[in-house]
Structure formats: C-alpha cells, structure tokens
Write a protein that binds this ligand. Structure first.
Ligand code: SF4
Length: 204
C-alpha cells in the first residue's frame, strides 16, 4: 500500500498534467528504477529534494518571514511518513549508535498508520524518536523527505500540536513534493516512521 504524504499527494493531483512536473516525475522514476541499492536510492531522492528546495528557502522574503530555526521542533511531534528505503537508512544509523527511546518507539508503533490514533497520544509521547533533548534532530543529514520540506511562514505558535490538532501552513515546495510522490510510488512499502523503522530494525 502506498502511504503518500498528504501534501505530496495534493501537489501531484494539482500538477500531474503540467509538462514540467510530468517530466520531473518521469526523470525521478527512471533513475530510481536503475538503482538496486536502497541507500543509493534514498541519497538520490534526498539530494534532489534539497536541490529543488534550495531556491525556495533562499528567497529573501521567506528567509525574513519564516520562524523555522534550529531547536524549534514542534513539527517533530507530528506523524511522518517514510519509504522502506528511508526506514532502512534510519535503522542503519540506530545500529551505528544513534540513540532512540525504545519504549516510545514501541508506543508509537501501536498507532500504525492511523493519524487519529497517533494524535490521541500526548505531546511528549508523540515526540519523534530522533529528536534530541536540545531540540535538534539526531539524524539531520539523513532525515526523511517529509522533514526536508517542512517549513512555515508566520508565527511558530501555529505549529503547536499540543492539543492534537495540526494547523500548520507550510511553505509550498511543489517540485520537491513531486519527487516525494515519485519515491513513494516507486517504494515497495511506506508508512508512518515508527512502525517502518521498527520493522527495519527487526522488532516486528
Ligand atoms: S526525523 Fe528529525 S526532523 Fe524528522 S521528525 Fe524526527 S527529529 Fe524531526
């Protein structure tokens, strides 16, 4: 089953008939299908997303108006979808020594892909297993595709999900969204980060 992140799905539905975006999706799929190594595929996708987002996030108005900065981690308490390749990369980092809270992982796994079950957990329980005490991501260079496109304009308080309601207005990153859509389409499996990482670790 394809668990495409909602924003990427929305962007795909909006731009799938646009020739430029159409070409981009075909380019990504063509390259992914030539690669047999999951880490090579995920590196290709993450680089493509970062390259496409560079111009968006470097815009002077966005730089001035966006409150996103290191240590602000409200969006790291939301449900993040990953592909099997991304889960394999994150599991590799854990096996190499990146620390996680195993009990919180097991708790989050119980929500599966059900976002309403996920948002029934309290704010602390929903905290991403990779979020450090300093508010930084412990796997920043290898963070999932979705985390690479998360940025907002306005006040950081809009990202607050302590009451379980997500109301963030994300900066539009349509080309990166199309790359994300293609990678989820190509993936053998995808889903919420906790159960995908637990599976890649052999815990379920
Ligand atoms: S992987 Fe990193 S950036 Fe993504 S939600 Fe977790 S802590 Fe935040």
């Amino acid at each position: 089953m394809m668990n495409v992140p909602a924003i990427a799905k929305k962007t795909f539905d909006q731009f799938k008939d646009n020739p430029e975006f159409n070409t981009l999706v075909r380019f990504v799929l063509e390259h992914l299908r030539k690669m047999t190594n999951p880490f090579q595929r995920v590196d290709f996708i993450h680089r493509a997303i970062d390259d496409l987002n560079e111009e968006v996030f470097a815009h002077p108005l966005i730089k001035e108006m966006s409150p996103c900065k290191e240590g602000c981690s409200a969006c790291c308490h939301t449900q993040v979808s990953v592909t099997d390749d991304e889960a394999a990369l994150l599991a590799r980092r854990i096996s190499e020594g990146v620390e996680i809270d195993l009990e919180r992982l097991k708790l989050q796994v119980t929500a599966g892909d059900d976002d309403s079950a996920f948002y029934k957990m309290n704010f602390e329980e929903r905290k991403c297993i990779f979020l450090g005490e300093d508010g930084g991501c412990r796997v920043y260079n290898d963070r999932p595709s979705v985390c690479r496109t998360n940025a907002v304009i306005g006040d950081a308080s809009q990202c607050d999900t302590t009451n379980g309601i997500q109301r963030t207005q994300l900066i539009k990153t349509p080309k990166a969204d199309m790359v994300i859509y293609a990678s989820f389409y190509n993936a053998k499996s995808s889903g919420a980060l906790p159960h995908m990482v637990a599976k890649a670790l052999g815990l379920r």
